[in-house]
Design a binder for this molecule. Structure first.
Ligand code: SF4
Length: 291
């Protein structure tokens, strides 16, 4: 177990560690200097969760396609947000069977990292507190840090604001994906699903916030909510870019802009660097998850 006391990780010098960074990082930190900083903290590998998000989406696509083609009448509920999963399990247990049975991007990425780096300890760093619960349940992630906790740790270790030491690799390790970099924004899942052949805009409800969602869950009838086929829902207003583990005062709109700018940058400059993850890399992995 990793020693994680007072919000500061103590890494064992005799072990290797891998950081899985949530794509919302770019709203809080500069890229690529954050990758340097994580390597300075002691991470041997630094990956981005975007390839995990791609695999989550590929599973969603084939799952929803199959169900829709069979004419199954159900409103399916997105399951990457552990706060909502816990809420549904506790308050609306009859809707658990509506959750799409697949790992979240973090859960998928942990399986991918375990495959490629089986001896590394895995640390997820992101905007979310309840990912700590998800990690405990899955058992594939050794520790979860919020961005606030990462800041405390960097202060403790005297990591400078500007880091350009050439002995540290500048970029992420394998594997990453470009188009899922917008995943942490509101509607990010359905926007990156490439699902226009199976779902139209009117089939999808995008919504955030438990007070809003309670009204939706209360109106489910026999597993169906109105005419919707899929609910792309999250707990935090605006999406994970507004998670409880974020810091600073930037607005949701400013954070969205940074996310899209980063996605566009990756499209332009980071393609073909040999770090893009493809389905063929992980064909042997099972991303199914029962709730
Ligand atoms: S919406 Fe909020 S609670 Fe849900 S996964 Fe994102 S950061 Fe966590």
């Amino acid at each position: 177990m990793i020693d994680f006391s007072m919000g500061v990780l103590k890494l064992d010098k005799n072990r290797k560690y891998l950081a899985m960074l949530a794509p919302s990082f770019v709203t809080m930190y500069e890229y690529p200097s954050i990758v340097y900083k994580l390597r300075m903290l002691g991470f041997d590998k630094v990956t981005e969760v975007t390839f995990g998000a791609k695999m989550t989406n590929l599973f969603y696509y084939s799952f929803l396609k199959d169900k829709l083609e069979k004419g199954e009448k159900k409103t399916w509920i997105a399951s990457p947000c552990p706060t909502l999963v816990t809420f549904i399990r506790t308050k609306y247990p009859h809707l658990v069977e509506n959750l799409v049975p697949v790992h979240s991007p973090v859960g998928c990425m942990a399986l991918i990292c375990k495959k490629f780096y089986p001896n590394h300890k895995i640390v997820f760093i992101g905007p979310c507190l309840t990912k700590k619960l998800e990690a405990q349940e899955l058992g594939t992630i050794d520790a979860v840090l919020t961005f606030k906790e990462l800041n405390d740790w960097m202060v403790e270790e005297n990591i400078p604001e500007e880091v350009t030491d050439s002995k540290y690799h500048i970029s992420f390790d394998k594997f990453y994906n470009d188009y899922t970099k917008i995943y942490p924004t509101s509607g990010g899942l359905s926007d990156t699903l490439n699902g226009s052949k199976i779902l139209s805009d009117k089939d999808i409800l995008i919504m955030e916030g438990i007070p809003n969602l309670v009204k939706v869950f209360d109106q489910f009838k026999d597993g169906v909510y109105k005419n919707y086929k899929f609910l792309d829902i999250l707990n935090c207003m605006g999406g994970c870019i507004n998670g409880p583990g974020m810091f600073g005062t930037s607005s949701i709109e400013e954070r969205r802009k940074r996310i899209f700018k980063y996605r566009d940058y990756a499209w332009r400059y980071e393609k073909d660097l040999g770090r893009t993850g493809y389905r063929v890399h992980v064909e042997d992995l099972d991303f199914h998850r029962d709730f």
